[in-house]
Structures are given as C-alpha cells and as structure tokens.
Design a protein around this ligand. Structure first.
Ligand code: DQA
Length: 151
C-alpha cells in the first residue's frame, strides 16, 4: 500500500524548535523513523515537507492522481485555520489521518481547534513521532472500535 506522509510548516525545524515541546530528535531522524516503520509494515511511504500551503495542497492532489491509498498529515499551524487544506482532503476522498506530535488540547486555546480533523478519519495527538506509526496501523487495518483496542 502507498501512503503519503505530509509535514507542514516548521516541522523541518524539529530538533531546533521548542525542544521542551517537540523533543530533541531532528526532522531527518523523524523521517528515517517513519520510513523504517513503514517498511516493517510493508507500506510504501512517500514523504513531503513544505512550509507553503499551496505545495501541501498540490501534494494532496498528487496523492489522488497517483492513486495513494492513504494520507498521514501533520499540518502544523495550518491545522488551526487552513480551510483550503481541509477542502483539498475532502476533494480527493482518500483516507487521511491527522497527526500532531504534541497534545494540542493541552496547549494554548487557539491550538484546541482543528479545521482539518472533520475531513479526516481521525486525529492522533500527544504521542510524539509514534503518532505517525499509530496512523499507519489505522490505515492498514481500517477503523477499529475502541473496545477492540488493546493497549
Ligand atoms: C503541531 C501542533 C501545531 O499547533 C503547531 O503549530 C505545530 C506542530 C504538532 O505536531 O504538535 O507546528 O502540529
């Protein structure tokens, strides 16, 4: 299966930016981790990072034309106000999981709202880079009922 993993603005600064929130791993380490975990699950991972809203939208459209099976997206701050990214996800009708490294609900008020989540099959936040792996499991196995989750 082919999955496009999109990281939005400022995620390329991981390892430099607000380490107390985002940790000390740099972006390349996180990308390597995502690739490796994808390989273990037989998922063909394509990575896209952009600080530009239009490039993220073009990436989502590309996922449609290139017949991707799923999208994992950390839209960064665009999460909180980009109706254009939300519309792009709705347009392509590809199973999409929203991921955040930090627990956005435990942070400033403006981060509590995601305008993207409604276009996604679900949102994962607060578990660092492991969130991307959880999203892979969801895309591979489909939605699971909460009572079936073994933690
Ligand atoms: C983030 C949370 C956003 O609020 C923030 O703007 C980011 C990163 C996260 O992964 O926790 O850039 O998406």
């Amino acid at each position: 299966m082919k999955v496009l993993v999109i990281n939005g603005p400022n995620l390329n600064m991981l390892g430099v930016r607000e380490k107390e929130i985002y940790g000390t791993k740099d972006f390349q380490d996180v990308c390597n981790y995502i690739k490796e975990e994808g390989q273990k699950r037989n998922i063909d991972i394509e990575l896209l990072q952009s600080n530009i809203e239009g490039e993220i939208i073009n990436g989502i459209h590309k996922a449609y034309y290139e017949k991707y099976d799923g999208i994992i997206i950390n839209p960064g701050a665009y999460t909180h106000y980009s109706y254009a990214i939300m519309d792009a996800i709705k347009a392509v009708n590809i199973n999409t999981v929203e991921v955040h490294l930090s627990n956005i609900h435990a942070r400033e008020e403006f981060r509590h709202k995601s305008v993207i989540a409604a276009a996604c099959i679900g949102q994962i936040c607060g578990f660092g880079e492991f969130g991307y792996v959880m999203a892979m499991e969801v895309l591979k196995n489909g939605k699971v009922k909460s009572e079936e989750l073994k933690i």
